[in-house]
Write a protein that binds this ligand. Structure first.
Ligand SMILES: [Zn+2]
Length: 278
């Protein structure tokens, strides 16, 4: 289906990168992508702030703390916009909530902020943080945190966007499908894997954009080789991004993707050549 609208909801400015290759494929196909970060990420990986806050209170300078936070938030925002631009994404929204800890309890209005975005963007697909804390698909961080709270907020917002609100003149909106980035799950829990081999260099470049998190070009390449390369290795391609699907789809019959049929027909050596890109 062409002309899809995709909404990517993330806790922090770096989180969208976990599925950025897939988003890039969609923007290249003419689909519309909106990226939301619930927080500016000012308290995450903020080394200067950590140093100031480690001082005894009487040696801390509130002005310094405010300045560090302001500068760091601005840097993070510009890194996110730059990284999104690499994948052809111009619609980037950074919501004003504070990270570490972002909770729905502290920020009950976050649900309505997301509902507003859903009613405006009217996405077919939402890719959001994993809300699973326990069970087979337990969030591997093991506890409620910025990511799972973002998952809860987006799912609640999705529900509320589909229900009429008397005072709201905007039409309600139903999102057709919700997915979670595989990065938060074991590989065995993934429902499908997107081949992002053509977007590998862009993923490396995006990773290296986050200077605020100390990402050097070498480190960025290594991280992508290991993470995207691992996903690719086990799914018979060079580089891949896994996803977990919230609900199974109703289909008219069993469909086999071309990639699955190809694997039954190609020789071992052809497969090896393909997996190393030669
Ligand atoms: Zn994060």
């Amino acid at each position: 289906m062409a002309g899809l609208r995709i909404l990517s909801v993330n806790a922090h400015p770096h989180d969208f990168t976990h599925h950025a290759g897939t988003l890039g494929i969609h923007t290249a196909d003419g689909d519309a992508v909106t990226v939301v970060s619930m927080t500016g990420g000012a308290s995450t990986h903020n080394q200067k702030l950590a140093e100031e806050m480690a001082k005894p209170q009487e040696h801390r300078n509130q002005e310094t703390i405010d300045r560090i936070n302001r500068e760091y938030s601005n840097q993070k925002a510009s890194e996110l916009r730059t990284a999104c631009g690499i994948f052809g994404i111009a619609d980037v929204r950074i919501l004003p909530y504070t990270d570490k800890l972002f909770t729905l309890e502290k920020n009950p209005d976050a649900v309505d902020a997301l509902r507003d975005i859903i009613l405006e963007v009217r996405p077919h697909i939402m890719i959001t943080q994993s809300p699973y804390l326990t069970g087979d698909r337990g969030h591997k961080l093991g506890a409620r945190d910025d990511h799972s709270e973002t998952g809860f907020a987006s799912i609640e917002a999705r529900t509320l966007a589909s229900i009429p609100r008397y005072e709201d003149v905007r039409p309600t909106h139903k999102i057709a499908a919700t997915f979670f980035p595989g990065a938060y799950f074991d590989r065995t829990e993934w429902d499908f894997i997107v081949d992002v081999t053509d977007f590998f260099e862009k993923r490396v470049k995006a990773e290296a954009t986050y200077l605020s998190q100390g990402h050097t070009p070498e480190w960025s390449r290594k991280r992508m080789e290991v993470s995207l390369g691992n996903a690719g290795w086990f799914s018979g391609t060079q580089y891949a991004e896994g996803f977990v699907q919230e609900n199974p789809f109703l289909v008219s019959k069993i469909n086999l993707p071309e990639s699955v049929l190809r694997e039954t027909e190609e020789t071992e050596s052809a497969r090896h050549a393909r997996m190393v890109g030669s």
